[in-house]
Structures are given as structure tokens and as C-alpha cells.
Design a protein around this ligand. Structure first.
Ligand code: ZN
Length: 525
């Protein structure tokens, strides 16, 4: 273990997905894992292989991700009562996930041991100790989540502490105290953490909190003040009921307010927040602290200079430090930093202050105003930058396209038909294709038209298609935002289209996906 003051443990993929309206496909989970790793999260809990066959697949595929920093954790429970640990199928699946870290939870609350597990407190402790020890023997770093720890402690301190002791005896690397019901106050958290330290001096402990009293972040901070060295939470606070400890709030507090270096690039925080919203197809929360669009918004009305001076005195941190920005700025350069760093990431030579950079920024602002969001669709952003840099060759000129939908009476499945008319290198093409949906039909017709000119697009396929209706403001009509993820088998890229019409939005995202593939192929020669 390195000497980081506090380790960040993300459970967006497991506890987060317990939240209503927060669903992730296998591909979504892999994309989020890569992002969390790049951002500098230390532990990523991928799922519960014992309760969900989809998570078994996730762990198999996650092995190909080559994470740079984060350790993947599989999550599960202690062995069942009166069953030997090596014959408990659920525990064995935890090993089969082949993750460096395994997190298991056990019961801290005596009442639950008796009434829910229907076993004895001695057997409960043996279940915890045996399971931890067995996983440690098999080379795993074991994180022990003490479920209902604070409620259990309030009921019977001796029982709760003895369960922690059992996990420590088994060899757990970290004991994580969980406020599972989210009803504990920061003062209680501190007091109980101190009791744990007294009973188990020198044993690392962590904190897992829920937001039922809007105190999940405050409680995590209280625990860190009391010596916790691991903080568990989810991006944007997704999770069961009112959610988990919000990492997008707790991270900047640790780093800015407490001087604890927990991530290398805090300025990517807002991007991460938007990315997870977009991938899970959830709207952004405008008033989110640090990362929300209004987090540093000031109502002006005064002379711009005065507002700028005044605004600074109303901001508790520098917005750019979390990747956000003040929204009254009228400077041409506002927002350029984000785009420049994106261009650098993509290896595109966009210079600070250049006319190209201003043009890209202007275009991005216009598109964002129109409903575009680029955080989870940097393919479309890359095309935009390439166009401004003169680094883009239009693969075709569209003449027209047309779609229709046919519903049959005899039980035959409905069919969409698409016609695409375009010109490639001066040669007109007209193709027709049928598909099971609009996007599918358009995709097939477009490929048919382009394939003779660009045979390599045969290797490109669509892996994800997400549609979101964006609310219309100020009497403007609602719009549709379509996000498409494409792959050539080696890399994936995402593109976005926005229109009042779902077919047009789909077409725009689809064309960008193919276009970007062709531009990149050309750049590589
Ligand atoms: Zn939880």
C-alpha cells in the first residue's frame, strides 16, 4: 500500500446501481471503470458476482481493461451460518472473479444476527473471521464492510466491536464502518470511530455512508477527521433510497478543505460527474455542489468588472480547480481550458488563444445551448476540433435520406425502411435497407452506400444507442439527444446528435460515428 492519507473506494457500479433510475449495461460499467481509473480512484467495486450473473461477465471482461491505478474489488457476503467457508458457493464466486481485492460484508447488529440470520453471535463472528481469513489465504486484499455498524454499536457496543475484532483477526486490510440506514449524525460518527480506534488501535478503518439525513458527505468527513483512511461512495451520490456518500462532493472537500491529496487531477471532476450522468442516461443536477452548472453561477446586472470582482468574493473555491466555471464571465477565453485539455488528450494541435480555439469554443457553446453534451461523446467533439483545424475531409455529401415504418396486421414484426442518397467523390449513390428500428435501417443503408468507397467500415459496429428527451425551456420545444457508441473491435468511441426529431438526432450521431472512424483511419495512414 502506498502512503496516501485517504483512499477512495468507488461503489457506483454496485451500491450505486441499487438506486432507482440508475441502470448500467455491461459496456457502461466497463466505460465507467476506465474513467474512474483514469481519474485516480483507488478501489473500484465492480459488482456482486454471487448475486448477479451479469457481474460475473463484467469481471471477466474487466480483466482486459489494463487499469493503470485502481484495484478492482468483487463484493459479497460472509459464508452462510453452519457451512464451511470452502463449500459456500457465493464465497467461491468471489475468488473466481480474480480481482486483487475482495470486499465482504457481515452483520454488526446483534438484533439482525438473531432475528435475520437466526444464528448465534459466536457463529456470526466465526463467519466473519473464517471468510476473511480464507480470502486472505488465497492472496486477496480483504476489505470488511461492517453493515449497520453504527446502529449495531448504539444497540450493543460490545457485540459490534467484537465483530470488527473477528474481521481483524481474519486479516482484513481495512474495516469499513457502514451507516447502512443513513440515520447517524456526524457527532455520533466521530464518537463511535474513536471507540473503534481505542478497541483496535492501529487497524485501518474506513467509512461507508448513506444520505437519508442529507449527511452522507458530512458523516464521511467526520470519520476522516476521526482517522478513517478509506472513504466509500458513488459518483454523483447515486444509490439506494436517497443515495450514497457523493464522491463528487467529498473528494474536493478532502483535497481543498482538508489538504489531503486524494486525486491527481481534480480538474477532471466535473467531466467525470457529467460522464456518469450521460452514460446512465440521467439528467445533470444543476445545483450539485462543485460540479453543477449553477455551482458558480452569479446573477450579474452590474458593470462586468465589478461583477467579476464581486463574484470572486462569493466563491469558496476556484471553479476551474474542479473543472467547473463561473457563468457570468463574458471573456472570449472562458471555458477554453476544458477544450484545450481535451484536444491535448486527443493529440490534436489546438493552441491556447488561437483563432481555431476560439472558433471551437464558440461552436461548443452554441451546441451546448442547443442541447448537446460532449462529456460522454468526445467523438463528436473530436470531429468539431478537426474541422476547425482543417484536419477533416468530408467523407460524403448528403443529398437526402428518408425513413418509413410499417406495421403489419398478421403478426409479422414491424419493419423500418431507410433510403439514403449521397455523393462520394462525385459519384451519386442511392441505397435502401430494412431494419428492426430507425437507427438500424439508417445504419444499414448508409453502410451500403459507403462500403464500396470505404471498405474498412465493415469492421465498425454499433454497441450502444441511448435516447434522452431534453426538457424545453423558455417555451422552446423539447429536443431529443441521441448518444451512439461505436467500436472497431479495438477501441470504442461515442458520438451525439440533437434535434427536435428523433430520426434526425439519430442520423447525426450515426454519421459522426462513421465519419470519426474514417478521419482517424486517414490520420494513421
Ligand atoms: Zn451501502
Amino acid at each position: 500500500m502506498s502512503d496516501k492519507p485517504v483512499f477512495l473506494y468507488d461503489t457506483t457500479l454496485r451500491d450505486g446501481t441499487q438506486g432507482e433510475g440508475f441502470q448500467l449495461s455491461g459496456l457502461d460499467k466497463l466505460r465507467i471503470t476506465e474513467r474512474l481509473d483514469a481519474f485516480g480512484i483507488d478501489y473500484i467495486e465492480g459488482g456482486w458476482p454471487g448475486s448477479n450473473p451479469k457481474d460475473v461477465v463484467f469481471f471477466r471482461e474487466a480483466k482486459n481493461l489494463h487499469l493503470k491505478h485502481a484495484k478492482l474489488a468483487a463484493f459479497g457476503s460472509t459464508r452462510r451460518a453452519d457451512v464451511a467457508v470452502d463449500s459456500d458457493a457465493q464465497v467461491k464466486l468471489l475468488l473466481e472473479a480474480e480481482t486483487p481485492v475482495v470486499t465482504i460484508f457481515g452483520k454488526s447488529w446483534e438484533m439482525q444476527v438473531i432475528e435475520i440470520l437466526r444464528t448465534t453471535v459466536e457463529e456470526n463472528r466465526a463467519m466473519i473471521r473464517d471468510t476473511v481469513a480464507w480470502l486472505v489465504r488465497h492472496g486477496r486484499e480483504v476489505v470488511y464492510d461492517a453493515e449497520h455498524f453504527f446502529d449495531g454499536y448504539k444497540d450493543s457496543p460490545e457485540h459490534a466491536l467484537a465483530t470488527l475484532e473477528a474481521a481483524a483477526l481474519g486479516g482484513a486490510a481495512c474495516l469499513v464502518l457502514c451507516d447502512t440506514n443513513g440515520g447517524t449524525l456526524p457527532s455520533e460518527i466521530m464518537q463511535i470511530c474513536n471507540a473503534v480506534k481505542t478497541r483496535l488501535p492501529g487497524t485501518p478503518f474506513g467509512i461507508h455512508t448513506h444520505n437519508d439525513c442529507e449527511l452522507a458527505v458530512a458523516n464521511a468527513i467526520a470519520a476522516v477527521k476521526a482517522g478513517a483512511t478509506q472513504v466509500q461512495g458513488t459518483v454523483n451520490g447515486y444509490g439506494e433510497r436517497t443515495g450514497n456518500c457523493n464522491l463528487t462532493s467529498v473528494i474536493p472537500i478532502l483535497q481543498h478543505k482538508m489538504g489531503l491529496a486524494v486525486v491527481p487531477h481534480l480538474e477532471k471532476l466535473r467531466d467525470l460527474s457529467y460522464f456518469v450522468d450521460d452514460v446512465s442516461n440521467n439528467p445533470h443536477f444543476a445545483r450539485a455542489p462543485f460540479v453543477g452548472s449553477t455551482a458558480f453561477a452569479h446573477k450579474g446586472g452590474m458593470h462586468v468588472n465589478a461583477v467579476r470582482k464581486l463574484a470572486r468574493s462569493y466563491e469558496h473555491i476556484e471553479p476551474a480547480s474542479v473543472g467547473n466555471e463561473q457563468t457570468i464571465l463574458v471573456s472570449e477565453l472562458s471555458g477554453q481550458a476544458n477544450i484545450l485539455s481535451k484536444a491535448e488528450e486527443l493529440g490534436l494541435p489546438l493552441a491556447k488563444g488561437s483563432p481555431e480555439a476560439s472558433a471551437v469554443l464558440k461552436r461548443v457553446k452554441q451546441l451546448e445551448h442547443d442541447g448537446y453534451s460532449f462529456e460522454a461523446a468526445d467523438g463528436t467533439l473530436e470531429l468539431l476540433i478537426r474541422r476547425e483545424l482543417g484536419n477533416h475531409q468530408k467523407p460524403f455529401d448528403l443529398t437526402e435520406y428518408h425513413t418509413s415504418f410499417r406495421q403489419y396486421r398478421d403478426g409479422h414484426p414491424p419493419v423500418c425502411e431507410a433510403t439514403v442518397k449521397l455523393v462520394v467523390n462525385g459519384i451519386p449513390e442511392l441505397t435502401v435497407a430494412e431494419g428492426n428500428g430507425v437507427l438500424n435501417a439508417l445504419d444499414l443503408a448508409l453502410r451500403k452506400a459507403l462500403l464500396p468507397f470505404y471498405p474498412s467500415i465493415a469492421g465498425v459496429s454499433l454497441v450502444d444507442y441511448k435516447v434522452r428527451i431534453i426538457d424545453g425551456h423558455d417555451a422552446t420545444a423539447a429536443k431529443t439527444r441521441v448518444l451512439i457508441v461505436s467500436t472497431d473491435g479495438e477501441t470504442i468511441w461515442a458520438t451525439v446528435g440533437v434535434s427536435a426529431n428523433i430520426i434526425e438526432a439519430s442520423w447525426l450521431a450515426l454519421v459522426d460515428g462513421i465519419d470519426l472512424f474514417l478521419q482517424r483511419a486517414k490520420a494513421q495512414g
